[in-house]
Design a protein around this ligand. Structure first.
Ligand code: ADP
Ligand code: F6P
Length: 362
């Protein structure tokens, strides 16, 4: 058991519902182990600018129900510089912070590795609505975001039905189509368009026309924000808006476009997010007290466990075809096989769901 006197906790990158539940769990678990907790305000910029508050059990009371993050979040380019990182390390030393738990996405975990390398043991906890970290089955915020999409699309569907319209709905998720795919299936969309799988526009239009002939009135198409196309002027534009025009042109159905954008990032976290955040937060403190660092807490087939951050980030680049020269050199054959298995699991999951969407969502 490592004897830390004080740890810090921060939230960084895009906020996600459930981040507060994670802050609460980290704080209460650490206090229970006799470790003090400092909240770092505004992600890595709070470390650079010495913005910290002590977190008592009372300070994290009544936040589990709240969306956003009580510690605020930031995208902090200065932290990516050596000078910024050294300032962050100096703040840790000045305030006797022995270790950090960083809640966020892959960028946040890169920062966590940089802190560990500079002598501040750091553990990452997932907090992003996108569920785009390949090495974990789940990221905190995903379920709430999807439920918000679902509720909104259900409303759009009501009015589409009344007016015999179609609504193309664009949802967040960056280059990960999971939010679009799962909400598309669950909202009964006519078609789903995601970055991972080529979209057959003609087939989708044919299905919409067929449904119209059969008397279907309200139609929903869900498109991920990560799908782009080239417009008539040669500019790269979000595909959803173009698809709206195409559907209207080729089906004669009046078609609206809705970009849900940040609506999907706010709101009270669901049970799934509160529970997973609590489990992951507590696990992060346990790992630190076991003397471990540079790990990200993940969910693997329902189990809360952890992976080396470099392994997790490299697996992610492998899945997204973004590997750089030498990325794989640090890993042995067994680790490479494990990475490929994780990528394959995700590819299979997405393609199975996509096929299901094509078969059932008509
Ligand atoms: P997310 O964590 O949701 O992926 P970002 O990619 O914006 O969000 O990353 C959050 C923050 O993490 C950045 O603003 C920056 O402070 C830090 N960060 C991102 N990439 C790096 C990096 N390569 N090295 C060090 N810190 C990084
Ligand atoms: O990563 C979470 C996310 O909401 C993405 O889905 C989206 O592309 C991005 O962040 C938006 O970032 P910002 O809040 O900086 O506009």
């Amino acid at each position: 058991m490592k004897k830390f006197k004080r740890i810090g906790v921060l939230t960084s990158g895009g906020d996600a519902p459930g981040m507060n539940a994670a802050i609460r769990a980290i704080t209460r678990k650490a206090l229970d182990e006799g470790v003090e907790v400092m909240g770092i305000i505004g992600g890595y910029s709070g470390l650079i600018n010495e913005k910290l508050i002590p977190l008592t059990s009372g300070a994290v009371s009544n936040i589990i129900t709240h969306g956003g993050t009580m510690l605020y979040s930031d995208r902090c380019p200065e932290f990516k510089t050596e000078e910024g990182m050294q300032k962050a390390v100096a703040t840790c030393k000045k305030y006797n912070i022995d270790a950090i738990v960083a809640i966020g996405g892959d960028g946040t975990f890169r920062g966590a590795t940089d802190l560990t390398l500079r002598g501040i043991p750091t553990i990452g906890v997932t907090g992003t609505i996108d569920n785009d970290i390949t090495a974990t089955d789940y990221t905190v915020g995903f379920d709430t975001a999807m439920n918000t999409v679902l509720e909104t699309v259900d409303r759009l569907r009501d009015t589409c039905e009344s007016h015999a319209r179609c609504n193309v709905v664009e949802v967040m998720g960056r280059d990960c189509g999971q939010i679009a795919l799962m909400t598309g299936i669950s909202s009964g969309a006519m078609a789903v368009c995601i970055p991972e799988i080529p979209f057959d526009e003609d087939a989708a239009i044919a299905e919409i026309n067929k449904a119209k002939e059969q008397g279907k009135r309200g139609m929903i198409v869900v498109v991920s924000e990560g799908v782009f196309a080239t417009d008539a002027n040669g500019n790269k534009v979000p595909y959803g808006e173009l698809l709206r025009n195409t559907i209207e042109e080729k089906t004669g159905i009046e078609t609206k476009f809705a970009r849900l954008a940040h609506i999907v990032r706010g709101g009270s976290p669901t049970l799934r997010d509160r529970l997973t955040a609590t489990k992951m937060g507590a696990k992060a403190v346990e790992l630190l007290l076991e003397g471990k660092s540079n790990l990200v807490v993940i969910e693997d087939n329902g189990e809360i466990t952890s992976l080396d951050i470099l392994f997790a980030l490299t697996t992610d680049r492998m899945y997204k075809n973004k590997l750089k020269d030498g990325d794989l050199d640090k890993f042995g054959a067994e680790e490479l096989r494990a990475m490929e298995a994780i990528c394959e699991k995700r590819r299979e999951e997405i393609s199975t769901l996509y096929k299901m969407a094509q078969e059932i969502c008509r």
